[in-house]
Design a protein. Sequence first.
Length: 612
Amino acid sequence: HHEAESEPNDEDEGDSSLAPAIVHYEEELPSAPQLRDASHYVLSPSWDFDAPPTTREYHWTILDGRLNPDGIYRPMILINNQFPGPLVECNEGDTIRVIVENKATNATSIHFHGLFQNGTNSMDGAVGITQCPIAPNSTFTYEFKVQHQSGTYWYHAHHSAQASDGLLGPVVIHAKEERTVLQKLDYASDRIMMVQDHYHNLTSELLMDYLKPDMGNDEPVPDNGLINGRGVRDCADFPGWDCDATNVSTPILDLAAGQRHRLRIINVGAFAEFQIQFDEHPFYVTEVDGTDVFPEPFHRLNILPAQRYSVIVETNVTTGDAFWMRARMVTHCFTTKNPLLKPEMRAVMRYNSSNDTPADKELSDPTSTDWPDAIEVICRDLNVSALHPVIPMTPPPADKYMRFDASFMIGDWRLARGFFNESTWHHNATRPSLHRFLDAHSNLTTLKSPIAVNSLAFDSRKELVIQTEGIRTIDLAINNFDDGSHPFHLHGHKFFVLYQARSGYPPSETDFPSFVKELNLDDNPLRRDTVTVEGYSWAVIRVVLDSPGMWAFHCHNMWHAEAGMVMQLLVRGDVVRKWKVGDQERAVCGLEGVTTGMRPDDSIWFGNFGKS
Ligand SMILES: [Cu+2]
């Protein structure tokens, strides 16, 4: 079926003209792995914001392949034999259907980051939590309705650290009022800009090294950075590596002169924070993780893994017609040095006027100048305290204040693992926690308190699960006892960012309400789905837990999550207890090869008394 049209085509199914429209997105699989054409990430100006609710169906074939995003060949896992993955674009109210056919060696899964999945928890794609991995030579269909949210999101494998092997791509949800109400500055063009750290080895190899004894949470340090899946390296720097840099060159951002342009920046990387700038161009931040905000000017954008920001850049600088866009990794947060790393990636931002075309122009290196501001040396979140949502919301009072300490500790067999309090996540890939909850006797799933840790159905040392009954609002105070920054992500919800500190410890439950009042923290605070807690610091988020299901709350630093910095929220137990495991979801768990592609089990290092 992959010989179908490579362009989307409309097709009515069924006889009734009232049947919802289905749009099939099919693309031909290239015969060899290749980089996806950069034009796929430029949004069409003719998008129909007023289209009736539509089912958008995507066919994705997962394949192993060797590819050279920055010149150096490495094994990757690819969607439709291309990297990065295809854009998923829809209107609020549409249904997304993604048919994932796994033709790779290892099992996998796909998570749609930031999607509420209200009522479709089993489509959340989190292995060990909502589903079993999709075994090789099997197919799994994700289907869910997109409601009550719009903006910039992304999808990625949620099995081990496979996302960084190539299984990722952007999601854009359009709102009817996107350009009239939600975005306060108009813009002439709209595009995706994914940035990421890049490694020349498979994540399975990197994890084997990172998780072994005596590593003390020394994260793998990237070899390079990529913009929309492309980077540029000199093959001479990598003797002995299979390298061909003829298909890669400095990315070019062609923008019409004298206009405003929207760039949807997504950090799709595993570990590195980026600082992004457009030489000589201040820009406005207008969206954060799917929340439209009143425009605020910045010189540089700090973005950690899984976060998204839309920025508006105005092409009105008269000192030239080409400028560097710089994306710098904040290398101070790396525990070890990689001598081969080039921490600054560049793209050329080129002005186009109506009487020339890009092809007419010779490309010479811009001579634009950097900002005089000191570059970042701390892995801090963008200061979002000045950013306020266009659709205002006052957070409801919290029913409960819960504090969790995030840390790395060295445990048995000298293994460094990530913890929430005393819990470090060890999942069961073939019996995900949602399935165990649904299969358990109600004695184990009904708690005396409406907000409590469920230690009846789950061993809290391995799976810390907070369970709520009814719609509850909680304050989550996260205290970071580690020197690294953690971009924490909650599945299925957006939360209010009440406070992000730079040091110290959070107020007590008793003191917190007056702290909120004194600093006016509940005055239309930012709502997002991924917030950073800096090293030796803390933050408090408030979340209305209204989307029923089992949801991961975890550090989105891929290495930290694999080291166990994951907890779960079982939201609206009263609703979830009425569910049953679906046929498709049950069947996936019993397929041959379902356990392939998992991170190494700790037991492989047990009995290792010597130095590794
Ligand atoms: Cu972390």
